[in-house]
Design a protein around this ligand. Structure first.
Ligand SMILES: *Cc1c(COP(=O)(O)O)cnc(C)c1O
Length: 398
């Protein structure tokens, strides 16, 4: 199958809207030009709206999301600082690994993959920490490896109920711009995002929301920083410039992507992600299969990790999906390799795109020897999408 498009059904990089792609196809521009801030200053202000922070600051680094992880840690903490983290998927796991490599004293709570941030365990640790030796608490909002979304407002509530001053770090790479995320209301101090997920751009912008409290902390830290130094970046950003060459095409793309986001409206985007995700989940149920996420409260509206039956290999499904049906599914990472395949449902997406992912998965699973009735998942999702769209259609007709 060489004709038509390749279906990108992975949870990032996501599909890039045509408008955004065209906006990036522009000549190189002078990043020291007098009118450059006319592009950048509104970008800083508008990205803050997506993070939902008023008193915080947004920094854009030329990096993938991992760079923003590192910037968050190295700018606000000191070598030897005690931090509280939890491991329940490949991304939360890798952030722990980074924190250890950067010299933090990590208390990492092991959680079964398929569950989320362990609020009760966090409460116990924080309550017991009378001397406030824990300097930061980390939470992966949406664990992309397992399709698990956690309760960040709940983490804030735990910190508040213990009257604990630790900084709150949140990985929002696969949630910000797609799921409800409220940096200000949830008292998030360091919020990490990346351009290639909900922002519908290529990889290359590590996006970071930084609270006033985190900026204060950055002034007292002793960990070494250079490329990712907040101070250098803040000083240059104040006038709309960068201390080194920013990826200007990505910034042009970001302008277009933010315009699309505001045109649709964040609330509508969040509702659309829920509607689309629910269709995929009903499809999975129609197949008689389970999600990796262990409980409804953890279902992610941006990615579903689907568990294949015992004795079958999800890698086969992914391989066949790609080679025969030109569909990319996300693979099972680390502990869940071979056990799950993932359907990403975030960004520039609609109902029929989700249906094609389900249709393709059905064929690939059947070819891989998994007992699944062709059409069972597609039909379940179709029924949901028709119902879910019915009220809107009715209003339009009236
Ligand atoms: C994609 C992702 C990352 C890593 O981002 P890169 O841009 O690949 O460095 C981190 N955390 C989560 C939850 C992600 O989904």
């Amino acid at each position: 199958m060489k004709t038509g498009i390749t279906h990108l059904c992975i949870p990032g990089p996501t599909n890039i809207p045509e408008k955004v792609r065209r906006a990036m196809n522009v000549p190189m521009q002078d990043m020291r030009a007098p009118d450059f801030p006319e592009l950048t200053l509104p970008l800083f202000a508008d990205v803050k709206k997506v993070f939902k922070t008023e008193t915080g600051t947004v920094l854009l680094f030329g990096s993938s999301g991992t760079g923003a992880w590192e910037a968050a840690i190295s700018n606000t903490l000191n070598v030897g600082d005690k931090v509280l983290m939890s491991d329940f998927g490949q991304f939360s796991h890798l952030w722990i690994d980074m924190a250890q490599r950067l010299g933090l004293d990590v208390d990492a709570i092991d959680v079964e993959w398929g569950e989320g941030v362990p609020l009760e365990a966090y409460r116990q640790k924080l309550e017991a920490d009378r001397s406030h030796s824990i300097k930061a608490v980390f939470a992966t909002h949406n664990e992309t490896a397992t399709g698990v979304a956690s309760d960040i407002a709940g983490v804030r509530a735990v910190l508040d109920s213990c009257d604990h001053p630790a900084l709150l770090f949140v990985d929002g790479v696969s949630s910000i711009g797609s799921l409800e995320f409220r940096m200000e209301d949830w008292g998030v101090d360091l919020a990490v995002a990346g351009s290639q997920k909900g922002f519908m751009l290529p990889a290359g912008l590590g996006m970071l929301g930084v609270s006033a409290k985190a900026i204060e902390a950055s002034k007292g830290k002793t960990m070494r920083t250079c490329y990712f130094d907040f101070g250098d970046m803040l000083a240059m950003n104040a006038n709309g410039y960068f201390q080194y060459t920013p990826p200007t095409q990505l910034l042009q793309g970001l302008r277009a992507s933010l315009d699309l986001i505001f045109e649709e409206g964040l609330e509508n985007i969040i509702a659309r992600h829920h509607r689309l995700a629910e269709g995929v989940r009903r499809g999975v149920k129609g197949w008689g299969l389970d999600l990796c996420a262990k409980h409804e409260k953890w279902y992610s509206d941006t990615v579903s990790a689907i568990v294949v039956p015992e004795g079958t290999d999800a890698r086969e499904v992914i391989k066949i999906g790609y080679e025969r049906y030109r569909t990319s599914f996300g693979s099972g990472l680390s502990k869940v390799a071979g056990k799950v395949f993932r359907i990403g449902h975030l960004g520039d997406l609609n109902e029929v795109m989700c249906l094609s992912a389900l249709a393709s998965a059905e064929m690939a699973m059947a070819d891989a020897g998994i007992k699944v009735e062709l059409g069972s998942g597609v039909a379940a999702a179709q029924a949901w999408y028709r119902d879910a769209n019915a009220p809107a259609l009715q209003i339009a007709a009236e």
